[in-house]
Design a protein around this ligand. Sequence first.
Ligand code: GLN
Length: 483
Amino acid sequence: MHQLTLAEIARGLADKSFSAEELTTTLLARIKSLDPQLNSFITVTEDLAMQQARAADARRAAGESGALLGAPIAHKDLFCTQGVRTSCASKMLDNFTAPYDATVVAKLAAAGMVTLGKTNMDEFAMGSANESSHYGAVKNPWNLEHVPGGSSGGSAAAVAARLTPVATGTDTGGSIRQPAALTSLTGLKPTYGRVSRWGMIAYASSLDQGGPMARSAEDCALLLQGMAGFDANDSTSIDEPVPDYSASLEASLQGLRIGIPKEYFGAGLDPRIAEQVQASIQELQKLGAVIKEISLPNMQHAIAAYYVIAPAEASSNLSRFDGVRFGYRCDNPKDLTDLYKRSRGEGFGVEVQRRIMVGAYALSAGYYDAYYLKAQKIRRLIKNDFMAAFEDVDLILGPTTPNLAWKLGAKGNDPVAAYLEDVYTITANLAGLPGLSMPAGFVDGLPVGVQLLAPYFQEARLLNVAHRYQQVTDWHTRAPNGF
Ligand code: GLN
């Protein structure tokens, strides 16, 4: 039963092949026996899950239907869940129980989804390897000596290992797409404003966006349907009608213009990944797509701009964790200054502290113009590059990551080496565009992802292309050994 996709689960529940209670029991047992190898969950919500599963079965028995009714899910541990610890994988919030549900959590629960638990992540979503969690690193189910990517690494590992059919993730600079690529999943970062951020603990508010992580595009479509939509509680939520994402999955790709940015294939890209990406381009050509070379000239400045803007916003967002109102408080503070200093010094891990320092520096009076303002200007140039490219093409395709999943600890002492892994993903966040990563092969047993980017609000197009590709390839159906 654990091999079933969300779409298959929906059909199985509808035709009563199994109940939500049976499915939930099976998955909770798998989590118990297999997750010690992966560390993909921070909290397993066994009682809540059984209660929600029984309630979903009762709703179906009473005649209700719906693709998500009774289907299990896991939430990245930065989505607030009422009455359940929401830790952001930080010692700072180790004892924090959320007093309310994030909009995404509430919407999916109302649709009848069953919450299996909260997944591990990089502390405060800062990272690309899921090694900075207070609760320990997450392992990649394809090779337990390798990282699963980050920051939504727990969600990625749990879905890839068939502990849950789908999970939520968030993507500030690639944290849905990059771990999806490294674990052979399909992950979608929606257009900024498409999915409510209310109740998502903020990292960099102008970049953060929640989205679905699943094994197939078809499943991402079903899950996004339940997540997307206007929310008056989020001032950056956009009041656009939500299309039926499943309705256009089968649309023809005949004549679809796909742009390949020449900058994506320069130095730094593992040539074995480049080969797999080329093979995926050929598959899409066979399906009728027309390939054009394009240029995104300002991409080279993206990492520098992102690693000013994201830390700047983080330094402001994280200032609320001061040891006074909630979160970790140090023992026996001497005075107020000592309380602040030690609570934050002991409660935050090194990478979070590094970002707060960089951000506070970039925002300080003497440096604001030189760093923050400059970075904002680059951000606009990057957006302009995309707008120009989308005059000629419908979609942009390239690798999701320059490298395969690396060994645990391999980049531990070199934060910049990890930052460089975001080179293909962060531009979509800076521009607010939707992006998807889909499985496109393996090298040495480790997964390779291909990224698709589309104009604003064209998530349906991304899902359509990925779905058509998945009808002629089987990368997304493969399961890691032992899971
Ligand atoms: N790796 C990037 C960072 O560390 C992206 C993280 C994310 O998308 N949450 O900031």
